[in-house]
Every structure is written in C-alpha cells, then in structure tokens.
Design a protein around this ligand. Structure first.
Ligand code: TXA
Ligand code: MG
Length: 338
C-alpha cells in the first residue's frame, strides 16, 4: 500500500475524511500526539488499527469526537462529574472513561463494558472528524515505542501500512491525554497528562490517582486500564532514571561514562558532562519537557545510544505525565542519587 502524505489544505482534509468513511486508516495530528484513526463504528477498520500497530488485542482505544452531541450515541450515561469536566476541559487533552453504548464495536472497547472518549482541540483533528465521523485512534506509533509528535515519525512507523498521514507539524503538548475514569464514586486518574491532577481537583471534589501511574504493575495484578500492563514509550536504548540534584546527576553520569552511554538531561545542565547528551527542556519547565520527551527518546536510537542516563523530572503538574512516561520507558529502573 502506498501511503499518501497529506497537508492541512481543505481538499486534503476532505480526502482524509473520505478515506476514513471508506474504512481506511489515516494518521492525524492532535494537540497531544499523532493518532492512528479509523471510523469508530466500523469494527473491521478498527481491527486493522491493531494490525498496523502490532497492538495487543486487549488494549482498548479512545474515540475522538468534535461536538458534545456526538457523546450521546457512544455512552450509556454521562455522570455529573463528566459534565463538569467536559465543560472545563473539552476540547482538549482529557479522555474520560464511560459505560459504553451498545453501538460501540467490541474492537474499540476490547471486550470491556466501558469506552474512552475525548474531544481534541487540534483544528485539523476537529475538521476531519466533522467531515467524517467519530474516530477511534490510539497513538500512531508501532506498539511499545515512543508516540510520534511529528508526521515524519508517523511515516517511519506506518508508511506502507496505512492509507494516509496528515501533516500538522509538531504536536503542542507532546504527551498523550490525561485519562480519567468517571464511572465510579470518585474521578480516578489512570494516565496523567496536560490536564493535571491539580486542574481536575479545581473542578471535581474527589480525585484519585491510580497506583499504576507511578508503580510497576505486578504479574497477575488487576489493572484499571489495560495499557498499564504493557511496555511503553521505550527506545532500544536502556533508559535509567536518575533522581537527584544536577551536581549528583553529572557526577554519576561521568563516573559511568563508557561507549554507548548518553545523557538525557535538562537544558542548561549539560556543560560538565563527559558523554554525548540530548536535552529535553529546563528542569523547572514541565511543559517543555512534555513537548520534547518523545522526540528525544527516538533520537537516542538514531544516535545508537545503548544506555541513556536520564535526569528525573519532579512529579507535579505536567511533570507527573513526563515522570509516568519515563518510568515506563525505563522499565521502572530508577536510581536515587542523594
Ligand atoms: O492523547 C491521546 O490520548 C492520544 C491521541 C491520539 O488522542 N491517544 C492515545 O491512545 O494515547 P492510546 O491508545 O495510545 O492510549 C489509550 C489509553 C491506553 O492506555 C488504554 O489502555 C486506555 O487509554 N483506555 C482506552 N479505553 C479504555 C477503557 N475503556 N478503560 C480503561 N482504559 C482505557
Ligand atoms: Mg499509545
């Protein structure tokens, strides 16, 4: 299959929408990361997403909508906390888990009785949904590796496997949406993102953060979100997270400088390092870290790093999302320096 590379011109967006309505797969930009989209009501098309990504069949997908009215057909009911959260954060990087409507194909919900829904804010994503239909879309990477934040990265992973990629430039947020379960008594964060725990707590009373956000899921443990079980965001390089001051970080890296070692550090903290390095935003700038992280992880492989000693972000605000992705990229290998 020859993958079309489309632009943000209206004729291209119309073509993308037509392909989607015909059951083809199209990668689209969102404000978080690129998504690999299919018509959410077309079970065969959705099944092809799993094939193109190599995604485990028990990991459900997020349905993307452009207007609140589209929610009614997808979910069994809308709890009042979800109403409040959608008013505050949609369109934007927040996904909510609802009891699903019967019309949701099993391929989308992977056999669960719930469905994840989000309303992206990216104008290209919104326009394509308006011209087509609600779209099921996971991140547009091959399963297990860092999500793409550039169209060229999507093409690396998906060329020849999907009908088209729409280029919308770099994704603004850089990490995937916040996922919250709104089906229970309390709103529970299953995956942290740019809609932070602090922001959620300003809208709803009770916000819990699932243990699996910062802790490794043990074999046999029941998880709230199937995605928590799997290896994620991992480059080929072994990622090791180093927790401590900039001085302790530099000292540790230099002591362990051998062939293939690279440093993934904060901007401005690279000057005394004796190994090749990449930076991913300033220590205090969590938004910049989120935006740059996945591209940095992919660059480690391009530079043939075998080990990446990575400076650990503080887990507050969007930093919790960056920390969560890095923990998984590192397979939870964390060293406390101080
Ligand atoms: O920002 C995003 O959310 C991006 C863009 C493309 O929208 N999408 C994305 O999709 O990150 P994906 O498939 O890579 O991650 C979806 C996560 C997975 O961890 C999955 O297990 C979880 O959401 N999820 C989906 N449906 C669920 C459900 N019904 N119950 C619990 N977790 C669910
Ligand atoms: Mg993903």
């Amino acid at each position: 299959m020859q993958t079309l590379h489309l632009t943000d011109r209206e004729t291209d967006l119309q073509l993308a929408a037509d392909l989607l309505k015909r059951g083809e797969l199209v990668a689209i930009p969102t404000e978080t990361v690129y998504g690999l989209a299919a018509d959410a009501q077309n079970g065969v098309a959705v099944a092809n997403i799993f094939k193109a990504k190599g995604r485990p069949a028990d990991n459900p997908l997020i349905v993307h909508i452009a207007h609140s009215e589209q929610l009614q057909d997808l979910v069994a009911d809308v709890p009042s906390a979800a109403m409040d959260l959608s008013r505050a954060f949609w369109p934007g990087p927040l996904t909510m888990i609802f009891k699903k409507a019967p019309s949701i194909p099993n391929e989308v919900s992977a056999g669960l009785d719930t469905v994840a829904v989000r309303m992206p804010s990216h104008p290209i994503a919104r326009r394509i949904i308006e011209l087509s239909c609600p779209l099921a879309a996971p991140s547009a990477n091959r399963s297990g590796i860092p999500s793409p934040t550039e169209a060229a990265r999507v093409a690396e992973d998906m060329d020849g496997r999907i009908a088209a990629v729409v280029d919308g430039g770099s994704c603004e947020v850089g990490v995937e949406s916040t996922v919250v379960d709104v089906t229970g008594e309390r709103v529970r964060v299953l995956r942290p993102g740019a809609v932070t725990v602090e922001m959620l707590a300003q809208v709803v009373d009770k916000v819990e953060v699932d243990d699996a956000v910062t802790h490794e899921v043990q074999a046999g443990q029941t998880v709230s979100s199937p995605g928590m079980k799997y290896k994620h965001y991992a480059p080929n390089a072994r990622v090791v997270l180093l927790k401590g001051t900039p001085t302790a970080y530099t000292a540790y890296v230099n002591e362990h400088a051998t062939d293939g070692v690279m440093a993934l550090c904060f901007d401005g903290e690279e000057s005394n390092l004796n190994v090749p390095f990449l930076t991913y935003g300033k220590r205090a700038d969590h938004a910049a870290q989120a935006k740059q992280l996945f591209e940095a992880l992919r660059l480690l492989d391009e530079r043939h790093a075998s080990v990446a000693y990575t400076a650990c972000p503080s887990p507050d605000g969007i930093g919790l999302a960056v920390y969560n992705r890095l923990l998984r990229a590192a397979g939870f290998e964390v060293i406390e320096l101080d």
